[in-house]
Structure formats: structure tokens, C-alpha cells
Design a binder for this molecule. Structure first.
Ligand code: NAP
Length: 521
């Protein structure tokens, strides 16, 4: 096999997960790593999503790294450009630039069971790595539904995460498809400019007011001068959300109270009872992500907005047709239809120890060990893996828990020394997922009566964590070696002969023998 550049760790993606992994690796004293990024700059979802109104619905002081507090957040809920700038700042502050390889899309990666390492084909060539940390994120590949006739639409078509800033929406008739977190931010932002906005709503969302305001100069000064005040602010935001979790996971009935608040929020802006009825969800609040906006309903009440309470079915020329037969003339179609979450395209590009892709291994549903590692994929882990999503708090908390796990994974490998690998035992993966799915049964995501992207094609919830972020933090503090098979390359010669570990199973021993044979020859 041709010799390629070799690194200890290849991180894929440079969003919050990938940059966080890079910082953590450096802090662990590991500098022999690269961050492979397919785009020409860092930032992940906060680079790709630049649609008008794009902002985070988690408060900034919580939606940031605990190790990189930002006393200068301009608003309680910061906009995309500030979050993106924050990630650029983190990249510089922690000296990550030398590790980052832009325009290095990963095309394919294969586990080399003889050498116990990954061979990674990128857009710029091949390299090998002992460990892969896949931080591609669940919200990276836009999903546009297969709509008959879309190809023949004479106007403009784009997805919320691929906004065409050169296209002038002023005076246009726009069909907005979807009513998720992205769409409800887009609608009020473009409504004043367009001639006509028709919103195709397949399922109405629950929308609560967003208490957004500018953070005053005094507050920022305080956070700069007395950093513990920023920490206290973060702690408070964290604590409030932590207390809310059991309503989502154990007592969905309690969420009924919030529904009244959401209905009042709607009634304030939407005076027409018929339109209110159209906009009122019929499932328990929280079953789908609770959306935060104080401008969505006021925008829907404007004269140039129409709501079609039906999904998009087909396109006939410039006519956009809903499932209920409603026809709308449009100059542009904007898809706010979400992402490939439970069928991540990166999974097609990872070939594991058994010669199958991660997508094949996960064909009946994604499953991992502690949201990180997967059976059949040694020395591979993912950040924001299966069942690590949150319904009400900051994903950065979960990412940092996964970074703890990654750091301990690397420590364990270092202790093993030489060329070694840790492979999640299928029994451990199954046991973890049984526990997760058992807990999932009572949650609002499974009992709330909605269909959401949290559920996969089989109706299984493989995306959300059915507990508190603190519980996940505890579950990912250390790698439990009993949950892994240890694999080692046994070299010829007394000086390099590896000792088998007590945990090694027969299958591992067999692999070791094969590896030993190969390397001896
Ligand atoms: P999403 O939540 O998956 O919403 C997709 C929307 O498209 C849904 O309303 C869906 O309807 C609709 N849809 C799909 N096919 C359709 C069709 N044929 N006709 C009509 N409607 C159709 O996607 P998103 O809004 O991009 O948000 C994705 C995730 O990104 C969020 O859940 C959140 O985690 C994240 N996000 C976060 C923020 C933030 O502020 N932190 C902002 C934006 C996005 P159904 O409901 O009927 O399926």
C-alpha cells in the first residue's frame, strides 16, 4: 500500500463539535491531528445557515463553550454572524489554524484492520489516522423533498441552509415550504420585502415568545471585569433548563400549562379565529422542537401573507400545488425543510471492520455506545452522535460531554501504547440502546402524538437524549474498558511483541494473530 501522511487523529468538520475536539486534543497534549473541513472556512452550521433572521434560540451565554466564555455577546439570543465570528475567534485563540485543512471534503474512509488505522480519501488526497472523530453534525446536509415537477419550475429554488444572497426577493411571490425553526425565522425577515408570501404548513409548530434583547454595555463590562458573573449567568440558564427536563422525559402532561402560554402568544397577534385554528397544533407541546419567536405570528397577520395548511405536493410550471389541491403562483420557492438527520450522508462514506458502511450498519436505525462509538467501527467516534440531541437546552453542553469521552478514549489508547484500537462491543452497544429506548418510552417525543425528525423511518427515536444534560455528562466522563474490545498489532521481534490484555476476546485475539502474521511476513 502506498505510504500516506499519517496523523494520530483526524477530526472531520469544523463546527462547534470539530473545533471543540481540536481544542480538547491540544489540551490533552495531542498536537498530531488535522481537522478536515469540506468548505473554505470554519463554522459548520453557523457558516452554512446565513438566511435572513438566522439566530440561535438558545441564549448565547449557554450556547458557547464553557472554556471560551464570551463577555461581549451583543444580544441574549445572538444572531448567526456573531456566533460565526465567535467560532472564528475560538479558532484563533486556541491556535487551531495550523491543524485545519479547508476544502478537504472526506470522500471515503476505510478501516484498515491489519494496521489498525483509518485510511481517509479527501478531495485533496489520502491520509491515514489512528483515530477518527467525526464531527460533521446532524444538521449539515439539507433535505429537499422529492417533489414532482420541481425541475420544471421556471423561478428560483433554494434551501434555507443554502441561501442565495444574490437573489433579490423584493416584489417577488414567494412560496415558503415548512414551518420549522428555520422557516419561522425567515418568514418575519422577508415578509416586509416580498409581494406575496405563501407559507406551506404541513404541521403547525408551537411557538413561544423569544425574550430577546440587547445585552447592555454595563452587563458586558461586568462580565469582562468579573468573569464569575458570566459564569453565574450561564449557571442560571443551565439550571433553569435542567429543571425543565423531567417534564419532557417523564411527565409530558405537565407541558399542557405551556400550551396555554403558546396559545396566548398566538392570540395576541392573530385575531382571525379561522386562522388561529389553522395555526394551532394538535399534538403535545415539546413533541416537536418548541420554537421561539416574537415576530412569527405578527408577520403571519400581515396582508401579504397566506397560510396553506397543507404540505407541498407538486409543482406545475410556476404553480405550486399543495396536497389539499390549493394552487399558488410563485416566482421563488424556499425550502425550510430541514436536514438529513437520521440518514446522515457521511455514514455512506465510512467503511468499518466488517467491510460495510456505517449507513448499512445503521440501516435499521442509528445506534452507538454513549452517543459516540459504534460496533464494527474501531477507533471511530462521533460528536453529536445518536441520541445526544436535546429538546430544551444547549447542544454545546452535550458536545463538551462528548469531548470528555473523546479525551478519555485517547488517554486509554495512549496507555495501551503502540498501535492499538478500541472497538465497541456489540453487547455494550445493545445494552446502552436498550436503556436509552426504555427511557424514551415515556418522553414527550414518543408519546406527544407528532411525527418529527427526531424519529427515524422505523419510528424509533434515535436522535434525542431522554435525560438531563448532567446525566449525560456523568455517563460520558470515562471510557469503561469493559465495553470495548482491545485490538493491537503484534509486531515480530521480542522488543515489540504486544501483550494481550485481559479484556481481549477470542475474536480480538484472532485479529491480533492475523495482524501479527501480516506484519511478520
Ligand atoms: P425542520 O425542523 O426539520 O423543519 C422542516 C419543516 O419542513 C417542517 O415544518 C416540515 O413539516 C416541513 N416539510 C417537510 N417537507 C414538507 C413538504 N413536502 N411540504 C411542506 N412542509 C414540509 O427543519 P429546520 O427548520 O431547518 O430546523 C432543523 C433544526 O435545525 C431544528 O430543529 C433545530 O434543531 C435547528 N435549528 C435551530 C435554530 C436555533 O435557533 N437554534 C434555528 C434553525 C434551526 P412537518 O413538521 O410536517 O414534518
Amino acid at each position: 500500500m502506498a505510504e500516506h501522511e499519517h496523523v494520530r487523529v483526524a477530526v472531520i468538520g469544523s463546527g462547534f463539535g470539530g473545533l471543540g475536539a481540536a481544542v480538547r486534543l491540544r489540551r490533552e497534549g495531542i498536537t498530531d491531528f488535522v481537522v478536515l473541513e469540506r468548505a473554505d472556512s470554519v463554522g459548520g452550521t453557523w457558516r452554512d445557515n446565513s438566511y435572513p433572521g438566522c439566530a440561535c434560540d438558545v441564549p448565547s451565554h449557554l450556547y458557547s463553550f464553557s472554556f471560551a466564555p464570551n463577555p461581549d455577546w451583543p444580544r441574549t439570543f445572538s444572531g448567526q454572524e456573531h456566533i460565526r465570528a465567535y467560532l472564528e475567534h475560538v479558532t484563533d485563540t486556541f491556535g487551531l489554524r495550523p491543524h485545519i485543512r479547508l476544502d478537504h471534503e472526506v470522500k471515503m474512509m476505510r478501516w484498515d484492520g491489519d494496521e489498525l488505522r483509518w485510511e481517509i480519501d479527501t478531495a485533496q488526497g489520502t491520509l491515514t489516522a489512528d483515530v477518527v472523530v467525526s464531527a460533521t453534525g446532524p444538521l449539515s446536509d439539507p433535505k429537499i423533498p422529492a417533489v414532482p415537477g420541481l425541475d420544471g419550475f421556471p423561478g428560483k429554488v433554494f434551501h434555507s441552509a443554502r441561501w442565495d444572497h444574490d437573489y433579490d426577493l423584493r416584489g417577488k411571490r414567494v412560496a415558503m415550504i415548512g414551518t420549522g425553526a428555520s422557516a419561522i425565522q425567515i418568514v418575519p425577515s422577508i415578509q416586509p420585502d416580498v409581494e406575496k408570501l405563501t407559507l406551506f404548513q404541513r404541521t403547525p409548530p408551537w411557538v413561544m415568545p423569544r425574550m430577546d434583547r440587547a445585552i447592555t454595555g454595563a452587563e458586558r463590562w461586568l462580565h469582562r471585569q468579573l468573569p464569575f458573573t458570566g459564569k453565574a449567568r450561564r449557571g442560571l440558564l443551565f439550571g433553569i433548563r435542567e429543571l425543565q427536563v423531567t417534564a419532557f422525559t417523564k411527565h409530558p402532561g405537565q407541558l399542557g400549562m405551556i400550551e396555554s402560554l403558546a396559545k396566548a402568544n398566538m392570540a395576541k397577534a392573530i385575531k382571525d379565529p379561522a386562522r388561529r385554528a389553522k395555526l394551532t397544533p394538535s399534538y403535545r407541546i415539546g413533541c416537536k422542537r418548541i420554537l421561539l419567536s416574537s415576530s412569527y405570528y405578527p408577520a403571519l397577520a400581515q396582508h401579504n401573507v397566506d397560510v396553506v395548511a397543507s404540505g407541498l405536493k407538486e409543482v406545475r410550471g410556476s404553480t405550486v400545488v399543495a396536497a389539499d389541491g390549493t394552487e399558488t403562483e410563485a416566482d421563488a420557492i424556499i425550502f425550510g425543510t430541514g436536514f438529513h438527520v437520521t440518514d446522515m450522508p457521511i455514514a455512506e462514506r465510512v467503511v468499518g471492520a466488517d467491510g460495510i458502511t456505517l449507513a448499512e450498519a445503521w440501516k435499521d436505525g442509528m445506534q452507538s455506545l454513549r452517543g459516540a462509538t459504534a460496533a464494527g467501527f474501531p477507533n471511530w467516534m462521533t460528536i453529536i452522535g445518536p441520541n445526544t440531541g436535546l429538546g430544551n437546552s444547549s447542544m454545546i453542553l452535550m458536545i463538551e460531554s462528548q469531548l470528555n469521552y473523546m479525551a478519555d478514549f485517547m488517554r486509554q489508547l495512549n496507555v495501551l501504547g503502540g498501535r492499538a484500537a478500541l472497538a465497541a462491543r456489540p453487547s455494550a452497544v445493545n445494552a446502552w440502546n436498550r436503556r436509552v429506548q426504555e427511557r424514551m418510552k415515556r418522553t414527550v417525543w414518543n408519546t406527544g402524538g407528532c411525527d418529527s425528525w427526531y424519529l427515524d423511518a422505523n419510528g424509533r427515536n434515535t436522535t434525542v437524549w431522554p435525560g438531563t444534560p448532567s446525566e449525560f455528562r456523568r455517563a460520558t466522563r470515562d471510557v469503561n474498558l469493559a465495553e470495548y474490545e482491545v485490538m493491537r498489532v503484534v509486531r515480530a521481534g521480542a522488543e515489540a511483541r504486544a501483550e494481550g490484555r485481559a479484556e481481549a476476546t477470542e475474536s480480538v485475539a484472532a485479529k491480533k494473530t492475523v495482524a501479527a502474521k501480516e506484519t511478520v511476513a
